[in-house]
Design a protein around this ligand. Structure first.
Ligand code: C5P
Length: 235
């Protein structure tokens, strides 16, 4: 089942409240990321929870194991449903985070979609994005991450590489056909993502910058339902 997460990449709590009101009853999941959380902290999380929504706290944690484990414990106290961490933080960091109980779901970032082939050569001259993504996704699976965050273009490769693992996928880079790409490069349509069985799609500007965000969200849900009637769950 594919679920939509609205990326609230905004700095204004007033705008957040407007969007939550406009989208009430359509989408359940909201991403509170670095910008909104740095600006408004717990209040931004509480606004979503108060209307029965679920929060993906996208802080991309990456630090020593103990520090990340403490942050995961605090995220649990906030009441969020999922928090992200960089799988490049390593196996010990992931293990420390996964051992926190109770805790939110841990979603592991593989390689940021903003990085290109040249960027990853800082790790080794022969480093390639697809093989890094595969290694990090495997590390996440073994270490207890609940889902893999990657480009939608990489989901097919990971499903093919690990056919026996019930890996869950969270992907940004979703654009309805004909919509502005903004700074996204390798995109997929909502329908394609639903057909591919991606578990969570994180969609921001096509909805939050639309003249009518509610209509934009409903159109995306309809496109996904038409593409994969059995695979859509708005909650
Ligand atoms: O582009 P859109 O507004 O739909 O962004 C949704 C999410 O995609 C953002 O919150 C960000 O985490 C991610 N993103 C990305 N690569 C970009 C731009 C945004 O992965 N180039």
């Amino acid at each position: 089942m594919t679920q939509v997460i609205i990326a609230l990449d905004i700095d204004s709590i007033k705008r957040q409240e407007e969007l939550l009101k406009a989208l009430h009853g359509t989408i359940v999941w909201y991403k509170v990321g670095l910008q909104l959380f740095t600006a408004h902290g717990k209040r931004a999380v509480d606004n979503v929870l108060r209307q029965g929504g679920k929060v993906f706290l996208d802080l991309k944690l990456h630090d020593i194991p103990q520090t990340v484990a403490h942050a995961v414990r605090e995220a649990q106290k906030l009441g969020v449903d999922a928090v992200s961490l960089h799988l490049m933080g390593g196996a010990d960091m992931l293990r420390a985070a996964a051992e926190v109980m109770p805790r939110p779901k841990l979603w592991g970032v593989t390689v940021l979609t903003s990085l290109g082939p040249k960027d990853v050569t800082i790790f080794s001259a022969s480093a390639k994005i697809p093989s890094l993504v595969k290694s990090l996704a495997k590390l996440g699976w073994v270490g207890g991450a609940d889902a893999t965050i990657c480009s939608p273009q990489e989901v097919g490769l990971l499903k093919k590489t690990f056919p026996h693992l019930d890996m869950k996928f969270v992907t940004p880079g979703i654009r309805p056909a004909g919509a502005a790409l903004n700074d996204q490069r390798r995109v997929m349509t909502p329908g394609e993502a639903a057909r591919l069985g991606i578990d969570f799609v994180v969609i921001g500007r096509p909805i939050t910058h639309a003249a009518d965000p509610r209509k934009a969200a409903l159109d995306i849900l309809a496109e996904m339902k038409a593409a994969a009637p059995q695979s859509l769950d708005k909650g």
